[in-house]
Ligand binder design. Structure first.
Ligand SMILES: NC(=O)c1ccc[n+]([C@@H]2O[C@H](COP(=O)([O-])OP(=O)(O)OC[C@H]3O[C@@H](n4cnc5c(N)ncnc54)[C@H](OP(=O)(O)O)[C@@H]3O)[C@@H](O)[C@H]2O)c1
Length: 258
């Protein structure tokens, strides 16, 4: 049974693996035996997380400085990874940003920043890693959000990008089933990471709201992603593709009305 979830000998590329949910996923995949490539912009932060992962899990970890909104950075990735590892088995498209403001106040540049990072960056990583993933019969895990399905006044660009992640996931799953690549998405609920610090400060009642509405009665943590990501990265999910799974403690299944 444990072999179903075993990632020994696999290589996992995780964009945004130096913080929050990406770091939680990196810990989960490394605990299952995978070697890890962290790809993010902040080199110092990535190096620190890489060192901690290596020490904690006794796997090989490298960090690469990458801006996923820059196509040249993405195109350079496979050769950089091959300098250390021979292949790429698992791609986790986790890098993401949000700009919170009313739709009428968005500049064109702000819209592009969110879409280029969250959506175009995900697509270009998938397209660029495709030859390696096809060789491996690999796994892709995209990170969506509750805003993949819910509307929210101040997240027009973010919601548009995350809604599209669900449809991109389905389309790639259908296109690449012939290559034995499974493409799935995780949709996080309210997770305690640097990304949500601003929301907690802007909305003092947010904490209370989440504890009341979320059946699990709490915020999610980066560690909550270790299990679902390991499932989607492993043999255990070989017949699961095109799927989007909420990881939200049941928040999306519940209302405040009893
Ligand atoms: N926290 C939540 O409640 C929540 C809910 C729904 C969905 N999500 C999604 O979960 C993912 C991770 O978010 P998080 O909450 O863990 O936030 P976080 O701690 O702020 O992490 C974001 C990560 O993305 C990286 N990143 C941002 N822009 C990048 C770029 N252009 N190129 C490369 N890397 C980039 C950051 O690293 P650098 O700054 O070093 O580049 C960082 O590692 C995101 O896709 C987010 O939309 C989070």
């Amino acid at each position: 049974m444990s072999k179903l979830f075993d990632l020994d000998g696999k290589v996992a590329l995780i964009t945004g693996g130096n913080s929050g949910i990406g770091e939680g996923i990196a810990n989960g995949l490394a605990a299952a035996g995978a070697d890890i490539v962290i790809a993010a912009r902040d080199t110092k932060k990535s190096n620190q997380v890489a060192a901690t992962l290596e020490q904690r899990h006794q796997v090989n970890v490298i960090s690469l400085t990458v801006d996923v909104s820059n196509e040249d950075d993405i195109i350079a990735l496979p050769d950089q990874i091959r300098n250390r590892f021979e292949k790429i088995d698992i791609l986790v498209n986790n890098a993401g940003v949000n700009i919170r403001k009313m739709p009428e106040d968005f500049s064109s540049a702000e819209w592009d920043q969110v879409i280029d990072t969250n959506l175009k960056g995900t697509f270009l990583c998938c397209k660029t890693m495709y030859p390696d993933l096809a060789k491996a019969g690999g796994k892709v895990i995209n990170i969506g959000s509750m805003t993949s399905v819910f509307g929210s006044a101040k997240t027009a660009a973010y919601s548009a990008s995350k809604g599209a992640i669900v449809q991109l996931t389905r389309s790639l799953a259908v296109a690449w089933a012939k290559d034995h690549i499974q493409v799935n998405a995780l949709l996080p609920g309210w997770i305690d990471t640097p990304l949500t610090v601003g929301s907690r400060q802007t909305f003092p009642t947010l904490n209370e709201h989440i504890e009341q509405r979320c059946p699990a009665g709490r915020w999610g943590t980066p560690e909550d992603f270790a299990g679902p990501a390991t499932f989607l990265a492993s043999k255990a999910s070989d017949f699961v593709t095109g799927e989007s799974i909420f990881v939200d403690g049941g928040y999306s299944q519940s209302t405040l009305i009893i």
